[in-house]
Design a protein. Structure first.
Lengths: 430, 220
């Protein structure tokens, strides 16, 4: 196609040349061809990171979380150097320091707030919903959120435990019932929430600005929205790891009801967010599916049904679910194969990719999975050999593989190893 | 345990089968109403945990069963232990001492806790020194506790360097040959073992138990 005769277009304040547009379209088409299980012109490579851009650009992890301009620069420079086919919305994954602080967020410790300036944020696994609160959640999830959950997870919401219970308010009872809004604690909460929301807006403005800039340079975002499996949503963010494991025995019926309910609102939220982002790919990090975490029977009884329903609803809404199956999920492959062909990207962390290709090659595009230990402690030659192994055994055998790290690029990865990863992809697969 | 009466066998079976609703009332009755020797009840619990461990090893049980078994054991233990009188019997001799902690920079503890529990129910004396443990604390704890095995846990990729540093510090303190070192965590593999200089790594709690058995000469 002769692009020279096409006019440049503006993406926000940035000019996209016809060449950049053609490159953008080619990159996106490479990923979409994989999703459709068709052969692209070459093996696509994704760029997914958390704190690695700080390592790459020589700034601290704390700066990546707090300094929007520095964050945009190092993330932009990384995209320009490595020319990936799809880029994770990098700022949304890290540049949250100011927002978290204003929200007085309690579920994380992050650089500048509980961990050192060169350490990644870490989630605090706790029981944020007690076992005896399943009924409250089931009866009125919104009420449970407002009065119980939000005050537990963020200080800005603490005054909300004084809010009235809304269901039942009516007529003069409604008029009289709003008195708690005048309480000093409730007013203070609203002030903090507004300030936090304004900060999130600022952060989001930087995310949009950075996205427009990479788009104009010819690089698409890989995914717009994120989502979560209903089981992981309850296990990680409500019951905590050990609480959830006990619930499989002690509260199994209520747990199933909660998972069914959560699948509905997670699906609605995900579809709305993906449409707002204008990108069909939905990134879904999967935490509780690994082989070692529960029996095959428990997986099929508790984990898979609500997640499959969520995926099917996303597919019916013309979205492309991209679950990222953490750890080793080899024993789950036959179960998770039960989805329509050509609609999803399955990203594997420690599952053997060759085995995943054998089971799922005619069903889904694959993504991954260079080992974190090799990327961080190995040499460029090790990385080259690992890429060649995937090309020889998956890509060259017809697997629709999108190359990436097992969970993106680990924070501490030497830059030369990332150069070796992208270089080997071009050398061996186009 | 071959000399169990019917009721004792029933308790072991219910505990091993995760039948908490029946097992806990029976254990409570034995301890609080029947005046059964609390050491005997704890022995029955240990027999049940042996079965749980075997089922885990054989791939029948997974993490939820280990967690629930641990919880049942805690509940029964909390009732039994205050009832123990002198002369009720002796504590079972431990197979060896294991000191375990999550290396500095890393706050994760779920895997470490499960390994500690499995080592404990398999007859090891375990000292868990928590998360985000500085190198100096490891050394001070090791000098005081004199373990046979040190377990370093870590979930994040930053733990690779923390483990390497911690093990190098053992070397500098002249402690390296006094115990074996095992590492474990979500991203740990042979590459990391080699990088850190640990003696071995394990991908689950059973492997940790087997490593410790091998090193302390305990029969499986």
């Amino acid at each position: 196609m002769n692009t020279m005769s096409q006019p440049s277009t503006m993406i926000g304040p940035y000019t996209q040349t016809p060449e950049a547009k053609a490159a953008y379209d080619a990159r996106w088409e490479r990923i979409m061809a994989c999703v459709r299980l068709e052969q692209p012109d070459r093996m696509p490579v994704g760029l997914h990171t958390f704190f690695w851009p700080a390592t790459y650009g020589g700034i601290t992890f704390k700066e990546l979380m707090y300094d929007y301009d520095k964050a945009k620069k190092v993330c932009f420079d990384a995209v320009m150097e490595f020319e990936p086919d799809g880029v994770f919305p990098l700022l949304l994954g890290t540049s949250l320091g100011r927002s978290l602080e204003k929200l007085e967020f309690k579920q994380l410790q992050w650089p500048g707030h509980g961990v050192g300036d060169m350490q990644p944020f870490q989630y605090l696994d706790r029981e944020y919903m007690k076992a005896e609160e399943y009924d409250d959640f089931l009866f009125d999830p919104t009420g449970f959120y407002l009065q119980k959950y939000l005050p537990r997870v963020a200080g800005a919401f603490e005054g909300f435990d004084k809010l009235p219970s809304f269901p039942g308010l009516h007529y003069f009872r409604l008029v009289n019932g709003i008195r708690p809004f005048a309480l000093p604690e409730v007013r203070a909460s609203f002030d903090k929430i507004v300030a936090a929301a304004e900060e999130v807006n600022v952060m989001f403005g930087h995310h949009l600005d950075w996205t427009q800039k990479i788009n104009a340079a010819g690089f698409p975002l890989f995914n717009g929205g994120n989502s979560i499996a209903p089981y992981d949503f309850i296990a990680d963010y409500f019951r905590g790891a050990t609480g959830m494991m006990k619930d499989l025995y002690r509260h199994k019926d209520k747990l199933k009801l909660v998972l069914d309910k959560a699948a509905v609102f997670i699906s609605k939220m995900t579809i709305a967010n993906a449409r707002a982002a204008g990108n069909p790919v939905v990134f879904i990090p999967i935490h509780w599916a690994p082989d070692a975490f529960m029996s095959p029977k428990q997986f099929e009884e508790f984990w898979w049904p609500s997640f499959r329903r969520l995926m099917m609803e996303l597919i019916e809404a013309d979205l492309i679910p991209m679950p990222m199956w953490e750890s080793d999920c080899t024993k789950r492959l036959e179960v998770i194969k039960d989805i329509p062909a050509g609609k999803c990207i399955y990203w594997f962390e420690r599952t053997d990719m060759v085995k995943a290709f054998e089971v799922l090659g005619d069903r889904v595009a694959l993504r991954g999975n260079l080992s974190p230990s090799m990327l961080t402690t190995g040499t460029p030659a090790d990385v080259d050999a690992a890429v060649k192994h995937l090309v020889d055994n998956v890509w060259n055998k017809g697997g629709k593989l999108i190359l990436d790290g097992a969970f993106g690029i680990p924070d501490e990865t030497p830059v030369d190893n990332v150069r070796a990863m992208f270089g080997a992809a071009r050398k061996y697969a186009g | 345990m071959n000399d169990m009466n019917e009721e004792e066998s029933q308790l072991v079976e219910w505990l091993a089968d995760m039948n908490e609703d029946d097992a806990l009332p029976l254990a409570k009755r034995m301890l609080l109403e029947d005046g059964k020797n609390p050491m005997r009840v704890l022995d029955l619990c240990r027999a049940a945990m042996d079965i749980v461990g075997k089922r885990f090893e054989e791939g029948e049980y997974f993490l939820p069963e280990l967690v629930l078994a641990g919880e049942m054991l805690d509940i029964i233990g909390s009732i039994a232990k205050p009832l123990i009188k002198q002369g009720d019997g002796e504590e079972v001799k431990k197979l060896g001492k294991v000191l375990i902690g999550t290396v500095h920079g890393d706050l994760h503890d779920i895997g470490k806790n499960i390994v500690s529990f499995m080592l404990d129910i398999n007859g090891f004396e375990v000292k868990d020194i928590g998360i985000d443990v500085p190198v100096k604390t490891f050394i001070a704890e090791i000098e005081a506790y004199q373990p046979d095995v040190v377990g370093l846990s870590g979930f994040l990729t930053l733990a690779f360097d923390s483990m390497k540093e911690t093990i190098a510090a053992f070397d500098q303190a002249g402690l390296r040959d006094k115990f074996k070192i095992m590492i474990g965590g979500g991203q740990i593999d042979e590459t990391v073992r080699n990088y850190t200089g640990a003696d071995a790594f394990g991908v689950n709690a059973v492997e940790a138990v087997n490593l410790c058995r091998g090193w302390t000469g305990a029969a499986a």
